[in-house]
Design a protein. Sequence first.
Length: 131
Amino acid sequence: MLKDLLVYMDNEKRKKANAGPRAILILSIVALAGIALGIVIAPKMKKETLKIWKIKAVNTMENIKDKAKYDTVKAKESLENAVQEVSAIVKDAQDKSTHIRKDVKGGYNEIKKEVLKTADDITDELHNPAK
């Protein structure tokens, strides 16, 4: 069960890790397509167009950085949650193991007492046969 949980969490982590780069790639492609289209149909002067491109490029880079920071924070939060969940599962398993050991030891001692009592009873009957 723990192995299945770890495999599931690893798959989820990979999905989230792949989502950020794909989003950045799509955002970059859309931005470049917009810039190219602006070049083709922009009636403004060359200097003004270049200035606009620079502003848009800077904005795009800032958006990409913000998205990367956000994804990093979310990934860290997911990892911390996964560590807490796995730690809780391990602690629970250790507690159950301790209780099982105590129960087995207690049962062993009771059986031992019964066996010794039965042996004593048999010995007594052999030495003092019923008349």
